[in-house]
Design a protein. Structure first.
Length: 118
């Protein structure tokens, strides 16, 4: 019985440690929440909270009117951040649109979606 308990604790410990290895994506989108009817640009920040380089493998915007200034292959070193400027065009100041930007990275999970209301 003691061997089983020890084995269980070791498995939990190893599993917990393995989740901390690699890049960990955290996105600060606070500035995107401050967009008003006249805003044409903003930004969000990508933070790598992990211990390996985070790589932006791909990204897509749900609308051609919103373009993040990001390149496939951009990377963020462990403990560092990347500010991503965004430009968007408005067709009307009266209509609100929800735009999504989906990032594909080398993290787990691989996809992260950001919602923007313009």
């Amino acid at each position: 019985m003691i061997k089983k308990i020890c084995a269980f604790i070791i498995i939990i410990f190893i599993g917990g440690c393995s989740q901390k290895n690699g890049p960990i994506l955290n996105i600060d989108s606070a500035l995107l929440e401050k967009i008003n009817d006249t805003t044409t640009s903003s930004s969000f920040t990508i933070h790598n909270l992990g211990n390996k380089t985070l790589i932006i493998e791909d990204f897509v915007s749900s609308c051609d009117c919103t373009v993040p200034q990001l390149q496939k292959g951009d990377s963020v070193l462990p403990g560092k951040s990347l500010i991503v400027p965004i430009q968007f065009e408005r067709t009307s100041n009266k209509e609100k649109k929800i735009i999504t930007i989906t990032l594909k990275t080398n993290t787990s999970p691989k996809l992260k979606t950001i919602k923007i209301v313009i």
